[in-house]
Design a protein around this ligand. Structure first.
Ligand code: HEM
Length: 444
């Protein structure tokens, strides 16, 4: 399955946002458009193809500043992509995220009827994302992109979300994020775990062989090849509840930090328990070469160091023995914080909207994003832990908790409340640059 084969990825055709890690720190904006007029929508595609940079363009004078364009299935319909072509896209993509709510655990507070308007409606057509190292360069990138959608009366901007990654890369619960990335054959971009054999390009980019030798290419070829699926989700984080939970279940401030690490699998600095089991190690947390180079099975099969139920071991069990084939469920993941941080030490909610703009990129919506979300985040059967859920992002109902393996007695925490609530999102297609031009030239 993992024989290294030379694959020539057409990097100059693949959108920059697919494979390139984002800079640190950065500012980003999601802009969502509704297309009411097919001709204007196609003009938007034509203009966007000139603004979107490619994965090959990592040394442009614009440096770490780029714009990506993604389109939902309703968006492709609005552009007039023929039905026969739409039918060749992944089934989950054609359904759209709101229709997949039950599978994704988007129930109760997270259910689509409670989503932020217009998320979850058929109006989400085109999603433009701009990324830059700081707000000034972000505004410049948005200014450069503006001619793509300005003065098109049939295209309306209907939603905007600004987000950011701090220099510390801390997300709102206080952990360093943006650490673990898969290595992709032919991308020229190193993965963050030197022990991971690079994954086949077809796991992330459509039109290339994947880990099981399959080839997914929505048709026609010019539309599907060099594209990817992209999922964006706005996830609210109840920071005060998370902090109270840690405090209420810990015996001391040191124990609180240990619990926080056992829940995530990493200390707040990003240092993994696997490499620093007893205390945080800020130097390790900041060391891009070392902090993700580890496996689980040899030294920690039963999770005494990194619990099987913690966030990172659920999200990527690496070589741990679990039901299924881990390499078929990997993902490129980009997270950015939105909303103001809750000041340090505050345990009561201040009513502000804050959380994570989560983004997934991959070629297999079903067996990558949906599988991880439903089988690994919202169930525990795969590693023998019954119906337990991910402590960070599981759709908890106050019944199941987390068990931390420990000698002589395991440690069981009180049932977990739901700390993360889905505010909305969509399944999108990130077309290649030539596909953007093809969409712009549609004639029907
Ligand atoms: C608000 C919700 C979430 C928060 C606060 C969060 C936070 C984190 C943090 C701090 C890390 C460790 C840093 C890193 O490895 O880059 C991480 C890793 C990861 N998360 Fe999340 N996450 C959230 C939601 C999700 C969701 C919904 C998924 C997937 C459905 C997911 C999948 C992953 C994966 C695959 C990793 C890398 C694991 C590894 O390779 O070791 N996360 N997350």
């Amino acid at each position: 399955m993992s024989r290294p084969v030379h694959v020539a990825l057409e990097l100059d055709d693949i959108q920059r946002g697919v494979l390139s890690p984002r800079p640190t720190p950065y500012a980003a904006t999601y802009l969502v458009f509704r297309v009411d007029d097919r001709a204007d929508g196609r003009e938007l595609m034509r203009r966007a193809s000139a603004v979107v940079t490619s994965a090959a363009d990592t040394v442009s004078p614009r440096g770490d500043t780029w714009v990506s364009v993604a389109i939902s299935c309703r968006g492709l319909e609005a552009l007039g992509v023929p039905r026969a072509s739409l039918d060749t896209f992944a089934w989950e993509f054609r359904q759209g995220m709101a229709a997949r709510a039950r599978t994704l655990g988007d129930v109760d507070a997270s259910s689509p009827e409670n989503w932020e308007a217009p998320l979850g409606t058929p109006d989400i057509h085109v999603v433009l994302t701009a990324v830059a190292p700081d707000p000034r360069r972000l505004e410049a990138a948005l200014d450069r992109a503006r001619p793509a959608y300005d003065r098109l009366s049939g295209v309306t901007a209907i939603w905007r979300q600004d987000c950011y990654a701090l220099p510390t890369e801390a997300e709102h619960f206080g952990y360093r994020d943006g650490i673990s990335h898969p290595a992709v054959e032919g991308s020229g971009i190193a993965g963050s775990n030197r022990m991971e054999v690079p994954l086949k390009a077809g796991e992330f980019v459509l039109g290339y062989r994947d880990e099981i030798g399959g080839l997914q290419t929505p048709q026609p070829e010019v539309l599907g090849r060099n594209g990817s699926y992209a999922v964006f989700r706005k996830l609210y984080q109840d920071v005060a509840a998370f902090r109270r939970y840690l405090r209420d279940n810990a015996t001391s401030p040191e124990d609180e930090e240990l619990l926080a690490a056992k829940i995530m699998g990493r200390w707040r600095s990003g240092a993994p328990l696997a490499l620093s089991p007893h205390h945080d190690d800020a130097t390790l947390g900041a060391d891009g070469d070392r902090r993700n180079t580890f496996l689980y099975e040899r030294d920690d099969p039963a999770g005494f160091i990194t619990p099987g139920g913690c966030h990172i071991r659920r999200a990527n069990p690496r070589d741990a023995s679990v039901a299924g084939e881990v390499r078929l469920h990997r993902m490129i993941r980009r997270g950015a914080a939105y909303g103001p941080p809750l000041p340090e030490g505050v345990l009561e909610d201040d009513g502000a909207d804050r959380g994570l703009m989560f983004a997934f990129i991959g070629a297999h919506l079903g067996r990558q994003f949906e599988f991880v979300q439903s089988e690994w985040m919202n169930d525990g059967v795969f590693f023998g832990a019954g119906n337990t859920k991910d402590p960070i992002t599981g759709s908890h109902d106050g019944v199941t908790g987390i068990t931390i393996p420990r000698r002589p007695l395991r440690r069981r925490l009180t049932p977990l409340p739901r700390f993360v609530v889905t505010r909305g999102g969509e399944y999108c297609f990130l077309p290649s640059r030539s596909a953007l031009r093809w969409l712009g030239g549609l004639q029907n």
